[in-house]
Structures are given as C-alpha cells and as structure tokens.
Design a protein around this ligand. Structure first.
Ligand SMILES: [Zn+2]
Length: 469
C-alpha cells in the first residue's frame, strides 16, 4: 500500500515537468525588447535584461504544450536544449500590424516585456508566432547568461506607495492582480483607493471570480500625477501622466492603452504581479485589454466596472471579443479557414471537433439558430444614434444613457432566444457577422451583459488554476 502511494506521488511530480528549484533561483527575470515592423515584415531587438523581485507565478507545469495567444515564448536550457518554461501572449504590435498604418508601410516600434523565473544556468529565449495555419514558427531567439554583467541587478526604486486591497496567501500560490492608477493627483489618493475598492468589488462579485476570490491577491500602487486625467489626442487633451495611458490607441475612439512599456514595468516591479489592471482618472468611456499584457479602463464612467471585467477577460484569460457590430481599427483579425486561438471563438470548421464540444447538449444544433436579423436591426439603430451623438459633441452622460437603453432592450431580446442559456455555436463573433461563432446567445464578451457564458467562465477558471498549481 505504501509503495503504491509512493509511486503515485513520484509519477505526479514527474508529470509537472522540469522541477522549479533545480532550474530557477526563485527571482523574476525580465527581458525588454523592441518589436518593430510594417505589415509585411517584423523585427526584434534586445533592450535590457533585469532581475526584479520574487517570481510570483506558477512553479508547476512550467512548460505547457499548448498556450493561448498569437505568440509564445520559451525558455530552454542552453546546454541540453530542454524546454524549461513556456507562456503565451499577445501584444500591441500584434494588433497594430493589422491596421491601415502598417499596410501603408509606415514603420512603428513598440517596447515589449517578457517575464519568467530567473534561470540558474545559461538559457535561450525563443519567441514563436502563429503562422496563417496557426502553427508556431520561430521569429526571434536570444541567448541569456544569467551570470553575465549584461543582466541589470539594481534594486528596485520605489516609484509610489504599494498597498494591499486583500491578500489570501503567498504570491507563488495565488493570482496576483496589481491595480495601477493614472492621472490621479496627490490629493486624489482617497478617490483612487475608493475606485480600486469599488471596481474590484464588482469584478469579484462576477462569476467565476466570485467563487475563486480566495485564489487571488489584489494590491495597488499610489502614483501621484501632476495633472488630473490622461491624454485624449482626438480632443487635443495631453497629459504627461505616470503610466502615459491614452485614449484613441491605434487611432480608435474608445481604445485606451499605454505605449510606455518600460516605465509601466519599472513601476509595477515594486509589487509581485501576475496581471496588471490600469484605471484612469477619467469619466470618458474607454478601455482595452491584451492577453498577458494588461487591462485598462476609465474609472468614472457608468460602464467602468463592466469595462474592467470585459477587458480583464481579454488580458487574463485570452478571451476574444464575441461582438461584431462595433467599429474597430483592425482590418482583418483572423485568416479565413483558420480556427481562432481564443478559447471562446470558433470558425466551426468541423462541428465534431468543436473545442467546447463537451459542453454542448446533444439536442442543440450546430451552428445554433438565433434571430441575428433582429439583433442587427437593434444594434445598427444604436450604432447610428451613437455616431450622431458623438459628432454632435454630446456630453458623456448622453452616451451613457444610450448604452443603458440599448442594453435594456438587448437583454430581453437575447433571453427570448430558444437556445438562450445553452452552449452551442451562434454565428457572429470577433468583428465578423459571418464565419465566426460564439458559445452562447449572450455573454460579457458579446454585450454589456452581467454574466460570462459557460465557455468563458471555464477558460477563466483554467487560467486561475494555471497560476495556483
Ligand atoms: Zn463568452
């Protein structure tokens, strides 16, 4: 009996891949590089290598075979070639390369960061990118010797005060969320604390975060800004704010990102973090979320909590947008005939192999019928009214009222669908009315609904599990 138990324990351990302690020091290594290009070519160039703080991420399953995101980075032992660590990610560059600017051959460069446990011995960092057939091909490789004088081991300069919203355990065993605020002046400190509290309360009252709250730690950093608010280029508003958050990212009206990657990373390095949420001291609707990078939102809009939850769905769990009726900057997101990598979007190339097939009831047809025409009529009406309000320079409160009115009509419309609440494949997802499908009639990733669909919920839970086991 004892022998059986021992064997079981040994096989469980070996199933976890390379052992953490024999390969890694327990600190975090951070590699910054420039990612430049145009639509037809891209280049990578090393910026800096740093060691910063305790590794807050997982210590088991370090090199999963499959990862989410258009990119994947791998750390392999330089001497043996053994794969030690792998993780998926998306990037601003990866979105920018689908825009008109990139198609027009206007070169741009973005700073990006990859973090992984500091290796004990020399390693190779390899970046792979999915090709048109969804297969990862190598796009960059660099040798890293952790003993080299090229590795910056300077201690971290405090750039703001770190505080704890709640802590449930050591960083290595929990998902560590770090909330950063931009455009909050010194006198706005209490406002920032209240915003963090309220927005995180809404996130953790939404399933599956609600049931899994004890698997999370949430910390925040006070970062006094000289002026209130963040940049809004389309309105001629400019701010030199600590995180350099800005609306109109990729020239898109409501898209809020920062391109100041190194500055954000230097600030974040003060606290252990697996995921960053940035909130802006602003009432204008906006936000953004990129897988394994960060989520952003304006803090003082009626939709702020919804935006935080939706964008965190992108940045934390790699969920794709299930909507298709809003205007976005991307010219084309997925090649035709290729299954998207997002766990909640499918091209339904083979219904038998549908990635969420196990959740589909036998009685639910694939594709699943729904009244797309009725939805389109309603969505188009509000799209027209929104454009009219914006071009007339209407106050933000009018736009908020319109969002609310639209959702009050959309919720019952979708709830009346015969397959509402069932998992199937509903046509219309990820910016395309045809050819891409979402798992349920309604979801936080589709409309400003209050719940994640079952497939999105499961994807979030799998991501939580990957951090705590
Ligand atoms: Zn969903």
């Amino acid at each position: 009996m004892r022998i059986t138990t021992l064997l079981l324990a040994v096989s469980l351990l070996s199933g976890q891949g390379p052992s953490f302690k024999s390969h890694f020091t327990g600190q975090t290594m951070r590699v910054d590089y420039q990612h430049s290009g145009i639509a037809t070519q891209e280049h990578y160039a090393l910026e800096q290598i740093k060691v910063e703080g305790e590794w807050p991420g997982r210590r088991a399953e370090l090199a999963p075979r499959s990862t989410l995101g258009p990119y994947r980075y791998e750390i392999s032992d330089a001497a043996t070639g053994a794969l030690l660590f792998a993780e998926g990610f998306a990037s601003i560059y990866g979105e920018w390369e689908t825009t008109q600017e990139a198609a027009d051959s206007i070169w741009r460069s973005f700073s990006e960061t990859l973090r992984f446990p500091e290796p004990r011995r020399p390693v190779k960092l390899t970046i792979r990118k999915r090709d048109a057939d969804n297969r990862f091909r190598q796009v960059y490789q660099v040798a890293i010797d952790p003993g080299s004088r090229q590795v910056n081991r300077a201690s971290i300069t405090p750039r703001g005060k770190v505080w704890v919203l709640f802590e449930n355990g050591p960083p290595a065993d929990k998902v560590d969320i770090l909330v950063l605020g931009d455009g909050y002046r010194k006198k706005d400190r209490r406002l920032f604390h209240k915003d963090v509290q309220q927005l995180m309360e809404r996130l953790f009252s939404t399933e599956p975060f609600r049931s899994r709250k004890s698997d999370f730690n949430v910390r925040a950093i006070d970062l006094p800004a000289a002026q209130a608010g963040v940049s809004r280029p389309r309105s001629g508003v400019w701010r030199d704010s600590p995180l350099a958050l800005s609306y109109n990212a990729l020239d898109s009206e409501r898209y809020m990102l920062t391109y100041a990657n190194s500055a954000v990373r230097d600030i974040a390095a003060q606290a252990p973090y697996d995921a960053i949420i940035m909130i802006a001291n602003s009432d204008k609707y906006g936000g953004g979320g990129i897988y394994n990078l960060y989520a952003t939102s304006a803090a003082h809009n009626e939709q702020s909590a919804y935006v935080v939850i939706h964008e965190f769905g992108h940045s934390f769990a790699g969920l794709g947008d299930e909507y298709y009726s809003s205007s976005v900057a991307y010219l084309s997101f997925d090649a035709k005939g290729v299954e998207p990598w997002a766990p909640n979007i499918t091209a339904l190339l083979n219904p038998e192999l549908l990635k969420w097939r196990a959740s589909v009831d036998k009685s639910t047809p694939l594709p699943t019928p729904w009244d797309q025409a009725a939805y389109d009529t309603l969505a188009n009406e509000y799209q027209r009214r929104r454009v009219a309000l914006r071009s007339a320079g209407a106050p933000e409160s009018d736009l908020e009222a319109l969002f609310k009115e639209q959702q009050e009509r959309l919720d019952p419309l979708l709830a009346a669908e015969p397959y509402f609440g069932s998992v199937g494949a509903f046509e219309g997802a990820q910016y395309q009315g045809q050819g891409l499908y979402r798992p349920e009639a309604n979801c936080i990733m589709f409309t400003r609904y209050s719940r994640f669909c079952q497939v999105c919920s499961r994807a979030i839970e799998q991501r939580i599990d990957s951090y705590i086991r």
